[in-house]
Design a protein around this ligand. Structure first.
Ligand code: FAD
Length: 470
């Protein structure tokens, strides 16, 4: 018998339950990817995501070819494509791994019912997560709204002694007549992706290599190094996780194995890192239970908040890294150049936009959506609402990050600032963090004067917040 494995946000071969089971149950297996961005509602993949997707699909196809298969690529509506491929191949079952964004859940529910009406069975499996987003509830049966108890509960359920599934038998069917990867039109027409190519290797092997590098170099002092933007102190697995090129289970197993092999002499605490993966799962849990949050404040108290009017010029300066505030500009340029930004700096630039400039967090979320290679609806929405103060378990609104003291604390020598702000490369340490104090420096280098006074704008934001509380 024949089955289709419908790849979506699970672009890997290892630890892939749908692929594994399809290959175990059927002699013929067709690996299929359907490009259907129109089915992702108002959050269709942005430019940096599409770049990653192109390369990830290419890597998956290469891996499948090494195993005697090939990825059959199509574009169009998912349901009619599935029906057509099933009719052509005689497939009687479609296998997939679940994805949890609101638009995907609605689509998959509909497709499951329609396929069944056509006599085609559907088998769906857990996606790249430890738990399904609906599995954990509080004692009262409610969704969690605070991270720590959620994590405490989730942690008790994570068992690294559970083995990973054995490799799937290779899928054997190669189907002609699909689209070429180029025809999906995922790559930019103007080649602005040089920085991304330099920094990333999308695909399953790229994910494994990033994990190895992290285990070799950074996991040992992750708890402190993760806050230092100049260092390669975090795993940089976020885009790999988003596209399902690696799962939390594989990461956990992989870290334990690598550490056993390489660092038998040193005990390394991986808990702080696992906890961050827990935040990812918390975001999925939150989005599952409150799907409106992609466009609305989670905390309704903010519905009356006086955001400043949309200011295209201010937004443009923020986007291009020309605000005159070094840490903000360095972060925004890192994002533009590489498709990624360090987490601490994400918090700082988001605070600057939503508090100092008082622009609605959705303006920032949309920009990140288009420029991040790891753009992820759950994590991005949670991150933005968290910083803006209106999200789940959020930072209180009155916590306004001070980009100068943040830079002094986490980048005291200015290594990160100098890396991304060539104008300030030769600025003395004494003025690097507040270049406006040296007018000559601004004139010589062309680095902009601050677009806003940090202290006054902070006061104005706090006043707006007080006013909205009545
Ligand atoms: P590591 O520190 O190595 O963490 C490992 C993994 O844990 C990450 O890959 C990620 O999957 C998860 N993780 C870590 N921190 C968080 C967090 N705060 N929330 C949820 N999951 C987390 N992350 C995204 O993956 N996509 C986004 O679109 C995104 N947008 C963000 C927007 C804002 C405003 C903020 C403040 C944070 C955002 N984050 C987002 C969370 C975080 O910044 C990134 O996950 C992290 O920087 C990715 O780098 P890393 O893989 O090296 O992280």
């Amino acid at each position: 018998s024949t089955a289709i494995v419908w790849f979506r946000r699970d672009l890997r071969i290892a630890d892939n339950a749908a692929l594994y089971q399809a290959c175990a149950d059927h002699a013929g297996v067709v690996p299929l990817y359907i490009h259907a961005p129109q089915e992702e509602g108002s959050w269709q993949p942005g430019a940096a995501s599409r770049w990653w997707l192109h390369h990830s699909l290419q890597a998956l196809d290469t891996d499948l070819r090494h195993r005697g298969g090939a990825l059959h690529l199509r574009r169009g509506a998912s349901l009619s494509t599935l029906l057509e491929v099933a009719a052509r191949t005689g497939a009687d079952t479609v296998y997939w791994n679940r994805s949890y964004e609101p638009a995907s859940i609605a689509r998959d529910t509909q497709i499951k019912a329609a396929l069944r009406e056509h006599g085609i069975a559907v088998r769906s499996f857990s996606g790249a997560s430890w738990q399904e987003p609906w599995q954990l509830t509080t004692l009262e049966g409610q969704p969690y709204r605070v991270f720590t108890p959620y994590w405490r509960k989730l942690r008790t359920l994570i068992d690294a002694s559970e083995p990973l599934p054995a490799p799937a038998r290779p899928p054997a069917m190669v189907l002609d007549g699909g689209e070429s990867l180029g025809a999906l039109d995922l790559l930019p027409s103007i080649p602005w992706d040089g920085g991304m190519r330099e920094h990333w290797t999308p695909g399953e092997q790229g994910a494994r290599d990033a994990l190895e590098l992290f285990a070799d170099d950074a996991i040992g002092d992750y708890a402190t190094a993760r806050d230092v933007p100049a260092r390669h102190g975090t795993s940089r697995l976020s885009a790999h996780l988003h596209f399902g090129e690696i799962t939390p289970k594989q990461i956990h197993h992989g870290l334990l194995t690598m550490l056993r092999q390489r660092r038998a002499d040193r005990s390394v605490d991986i808990e702080p890192y696992l906890r961050e993966l827990g935040w990812r799962e918390f975001a999925q849990h939150w989005l599952y239970h409150f799907p409106q949050v992609t466009n609305e404040h989670f905390n309704p108290r903010f519905n009356g908040f006086a955001w400043a009017a949309e200011d295209p010029e201010a937004l443009r300066r923020w986007q291009r890294g020309r605000t005159g505030i070094p840490l903000v500009d360095a972060g925004m340029r890192e994002l533009w150049h590489t498709g990624w930004m360090h987490n601490r700096v994400r918090m700082v630039v988001a605070s600057f936009l939503t508090k100092n400039l008082r622009q609605h967090w959705l303006h920032g979320a949309r920009w990140f959506w288009d420029t991040l290679v790891d753009a992820d609806l759950a994590n991005n929405t949670m991150g933005w609402q968290w910083v803006a103060g209106c999200g789940v378990d959020a930072a209180p609104y009155f916590r306004v990050f001070n980009p100068v003291s943040q830079a002094q604390k986490f980048d005291p020598k200015g290594v990160y600032l100098r890396r991304w702000l060539p104008e300030l490369r030769d600025a003395p340490e004494s003025t690097l963090h507040e270049p406006w104090k040296d007018r000559g420096l601004l004139q010589q280098t062309g680095y902009p004067a601050p677009m806003i006074d940090l202290g006054l704008s902070r006061q104005a934001a706090l006043a707006a917040y007080q006013a909205s509380r009545g």
